[in-house]
Design a protein around this ligand. Sequence first.
Ligand code: SAM
Length: 327
Amino acid sequence: MLIDNHNRKINYLRLAVTDRCNLRCNYCMPESGIDFSKKDTLFTLEELSRLSSILVSQGIDKIRITGGEPFVRKDLMVLIRNLSNMKGLKDISITTNATLIGPYITELKALGIKNINVSMDAINRETFKKITRRDEYDIVYDNIIRMINEGFNVRINFIALTGQNTQDILPMLALAKNYNVCVRYLEEMPFNGGSRHFEGNTWDYKRILSHIKEAYPEYEEIPSEATSTSMNYRIPGFKGTFGIIPSFSRTFCGSCNRLRITATGDVITCLYAQPSMNIREILRGESSEENVVKQILQAIGSRAKTGFEAQNRQEGTYTNSMTTIGG
Ligand code: SAM
């Protein structure tokens, strides 16, 4: 079992399979993109499977595949097939922008994948285009509806962006009224790869909730898992639910069970921390299994207690992009 230096069990791996993305969300990276990693610095799919298997043997039982956009990797299904056969792995989830997932939905369902998080920061087509700098609204919307109808547990991640999309907070909730989907509102974080200056957040979780409360005063809180980062709610008469994630306010660090590994092998023990080390060459070297475990134990043995502590350890402002970290 993986236990960190604050006695928290780590059983959830967020595995980025690429840092590339076909969208250019303005709160994530500059229009021109970032300095994307060269191919030989990325794990191969075989390496990602092997790394996952080593970590599952140590007690990881949930893996979320993320990126960049995971489906930019044409061979992604090879990894998902391997994971779906991995003993001890109880939950394989995916975070995607849903632009490229269409051809894989049937197989994902057949493999038993249930949980798909889709980023969609606007229900208005023009706002979506402005934020993502791409004209992909229809395909994203259609794939979301298709996945809901196919029975996936779909959660929509909506980042509340001051001056950009907060007028869509309530209209977006209409999806949860009509469909069995969870719409989750997140606070913006400072990981935008230099896309813009980030000072803080005027739309924090309290403001988002009170905005929703004004329209739906009858909403009720529903129980969440102890390790959940979202506070979850139901509005009477709605088929779906909604959630709010204080990702910048960081009220949930005490129960954090996550480990992040980037597509190039950086091990990140807190979103707000610098990578602890890089595992790629260790995985490629001799006695890799033993050495990977040793390094991972070392990394989680010196985790910051909270995102604020991690931030205090950091010099200067953040320059990295979420497309590298994986969200
Ligand atoms: N391409 C996939 C997607 O769009 O969901 C996965 C990668 S994306 C980097 C993961 C998540 O990070 C998305 O939900 C995205 O909205 C979120 N994200 C990116 N930059 C962010 C920022 N600066 N603040 C908060 N969330 C951010």
